[in-house]
Write a protein that binds this ligand. Structure first.
Ligand code: NCD
Length: 309
């Protein structure tokens, strides 16, 4: 039996600031010198176990492993797996960890990747657990912010939309709170405010400046980064409540009137209505670059967890 590996990425805090900065360096090097990395994972297999829908996260991980010379297997719909026969997540992961060298998983239950990591023989990467965390999206966001702004400190960051259920928001706040002089403008309807535990355990504990507001326009002129999010339909218990809130914020040209010339507009995607397509041609719109960057930072992460670098 293989030696049990200890390296996982369950929560963004599993990585130190130095490790994150190193991953960003490697990702930037991959962008510049793709060919240097094309055989680094020859003979390695990445498994994707997706118990929830995904386009970018799963395909960018697959693309990342293929671009490193490795191979991929897995499922994108748990209905086609033995979960439907009643198999536990722990058993599924225990078995798949004998078939692959690294596992990427997405699951609707918060904490599921922790359970998985206890039974896995190989590294586990959390690709989203319910409304909780999404650390690899955060790595993508950090790479994009650092490439676009040239820094990860001294930034005013507007986070807009579903701050309650948006797992990308929770992980991004946790990560950015470790850099110097960060200020958050938390823009949401009252029903979708940032959870209390993030406020107390992350923002207040680290003495991070933040403002909560309902208004997208009020602080627009201060923002260096505007991170839009989709209202997370799948987390609502009440459909009518979702319908009432889903179009609460729509970013269009008129909303950007007071925005800085070098504002960086991000969105983890998929977008529904929250960014008008008229913004796509604005030079400040960086959400497609953000999606492309996901491949390179995931390549860097795979190399790190497989200890190839
Ligand atoms: C996000 C997610 O799954 O949390 N998508 C992604 O991974 N890029 C955001 C979302 O679904 O709204």
């Amino acid at each position: 039996m293989r030696e049990k590996k200890k390296k996982n990425l369950i929560d963004i805090k599993d990585l130190s600031v130095k490790e994150i900065d190193d991953l960003i360096k490697v990702a930037n090097d991959i962008i510049e010198h793709k060919e240097k990395y094309s055989h680094k994972c020859d003979g390695k297999i990445l498994a994707t176990l997706f118990f929830e829908p995904s386009t970018r996260t799963r395909l960018s991980f697959e693309s990342a492993m293929l671009r490193l010379g490795g191979k991929v297997l897995g499922f994108s719909d748990s209905a086609s797996s033995s979960t439907t026969k009643g198999e536990t997540l722990a058993d599924t992961v225990c078995v798949v960890s004998g078939y692959a060298d690294i596992i990427v998983m997405r699951h609707p239950k918060e904490g599921a990747p922790v359970v998985a990591s206890k039974r896995s023989l190989v590294p586990i990467i959390n690709a989203g657990d319910g409304g909780h965390n999404h650390p690899t999206q955060t790595l993508t966001d950090l790479l994009t912010i650092s490439r676009e702004k040239g820094r990860l400190d001294n930034l005013t960051i507007g986070l807009c939309g579903d701050l309650k259920f948006g797992r990308t928001i929770h992980s991004l706040i946790t990560a950015m709170s470790r850099y110097k002089n960060i200020k958050f403008i938390l823009i949401s309807p009252d029903e979708l405010k940032l959870p209390e535990y993030v406020i107390t355990e992350v923002l207040e504990k680290n003495h991070i400046e933040y403002i909560e507001t309902n208004s997208m326009e009020e602080y627009m002129n201060e923002l260096d980064v505007l991170y839009m999010t989709r209202v997370q339909k799948e987390r609502f218990l009440n459909e009518a409540e979702y319908v009432r809130l889903k179009d609460y914020y729509i970013l269009d040209k008129s909303k950007l009137e007071t925005a800085k010339e070098d504002l960086c507009i991000l969105h983890p995607l998929p977008r529904v209505n929250e960014i008008s397509t008229e913004i796509d041609d604005d030079k400040r719109a960086k959400y497609f670059e953000q999606a492309y960057n996901g491949v390179y930072i995931r390549m860097a992460l795979i190399l790190k967890l497989l200890e190839v670098l």
